[in-house]
Design a protein around this ligand. Sequence first.
Ligand code: MCA
Ligand code: AMP
Length: 507
Amino acid sequence: MSENLFTLFTARFPHDRSRVFLERPDGSVLTYADLLARSGQLANTLRALDVKPGDRVAAQVEKTAEAVLLYLATLRVGAVYLPLNTAYTAAELRYFLGDAEPAVFVCSPQRLDEMRSLARDLGLPHVETLGPDGRGTLTDKAASASTEFVDVARAGDDLAAILYTSGTTGRSKGAMLSHRNLASNASTLRETWRFMPDDRLLHALPIFHTHGLFVAINITLMTGSSLLFLPAFNADGMMRLLPKATVMMGVPTFYVRLLARSDFDSAAARHMRLFVSGSAPLSAETHKEFSARTGHAILERYGMTETNMNTSNPYDGERIAGSVGFPLPGVDIRIADPQTGAALPQGEIGVIDIRGPNVFKGYWRMPEKTKEEFRSDGFFISGDLGYVDAKGYVFISGRAKDLVISGGYNVYPAEVEAAIEAIPGVAECAVIGVPHADFGEAVVAVVAPRPGAQLDEKQVQSAIAGDLAKYKQPKRVFVTTDIPRNAMGKIQKKDLREKYDTTFKAG
Ligand code: MCA
Ligand code: AMP
């Protein structure tokens, strides 16, 4: 039997196809009948563009219902969906597209000229457009295509998506996710979080990452429920839609921003049954303030691009502030000695290792890198540090990897340091995360100039603006001759974090 994720979704769609799948802020809707017909048209369009099973379909597009349909059409033709952050610069895209070699690249109409020339350089056969209004060459072509499409059969192990994640050293890696990886996690989460066909999920996350695309949308499709679809987070829009919603998913910054409003109270959350947080640590203060204000305990869970979701606080039972809950059914969590990989006794802090049907197949065209990040018994080494308490709750206590998470986006210091060190006049640079009231952490660079070179903050910021997505760019750059090193010559980031940690406390 085919394990095509889309085919598995359709088995869960409401029998009454006139039920709403997605509602836009202006009240216009996409029903399940629309979803089937329009994803069918897009699937026929992809096929007409010669997309074959296993080919990649890359998209750097604004968040629209049509972008969701493009993801579904890609599954239907048996191709591999590659969503790209809309903040990526042309320099970043060159790497991703060169590495993934998509058969079709869909970009925003405004970037068409630039992207055509990039595609020509890279030898990519097709560039199509899709704009923030859901229109472009792609949907123009689809409008005249047949709505009928027979989904391509897929094995559970076949690839459904590639999502790039940066690395602590060197190049970004494409995490290869199979149909079974995504299906197993969506089913598990549906059951764990008790999704029902009447649920309405308030969706304000971007749809180029695991959280917004797979956790939120796949669960909805696995349940046959519906989405209230905001193009991006804004607190006013959230307040307007909350009374219509039953569930919300967000990064901690969403909750911090809602709590900053005096009109966000128990009345605003009256119809809600569940608030989920993830992608970055939710502070215990935010958790407690949220409970006090609304009477709801936020359910925190823990995931990664490579694994989808691994742990969750319980639906029934105590949701503990500061904990990411229990391993999900079918997911094994082991706390390992960072040096030897040996399992540690309960209560001790070590690296969190993960095994289960949710764990990815490896990094695209990087067999060596893949091997390094798995243990011989199949556990994936997350790079997060944590422990399990006596009741079985998992706590994340730090990171073995040098990573900053800003507003739910991961920034790898190594990538920012390399961009800054390429600026003439820079001798060396250290990038750190410092506390930030809104984003959780903010990216800060400490830069040492070469002898005789003149450098200032603005100069460094403007030199990297074309290279790195905005969220990776340091919010502050400090020029100093004093970058502390230990006896081994290694930069002491802990000292730097202490020295510069007062910067963003006011938010
Ligand atoms: C925007 N900016 C940011 C960020 N977002 N800078 C640092 N970190 C960010 N996250 C920049 C903007 O370009 C702008 O720059 C300035 O900061 C302020 O913008 P603002 O209007 O405040 O930003 P926003 O548009 O409101 O965005 C904040 C946001 C957004 C809503 C928190 O970043 C967001 O939606 N984050 C969610 C990320 C996410 O989905 N992560 C899940 C990854 P300027 O003003 O200078 O132009 S999946 C994952 O991690 C795993 C698998 C998991 O477990 O889920
Ligand atoms: P990504 O590479 O975007 O998939 O980010 C995955 C990383 O986000 C994990 O390895 C964790 O470091 C972090 N993360 C996700 N959820 C949580 C959470 N609830 N608490 C703390 N960190 C989290």
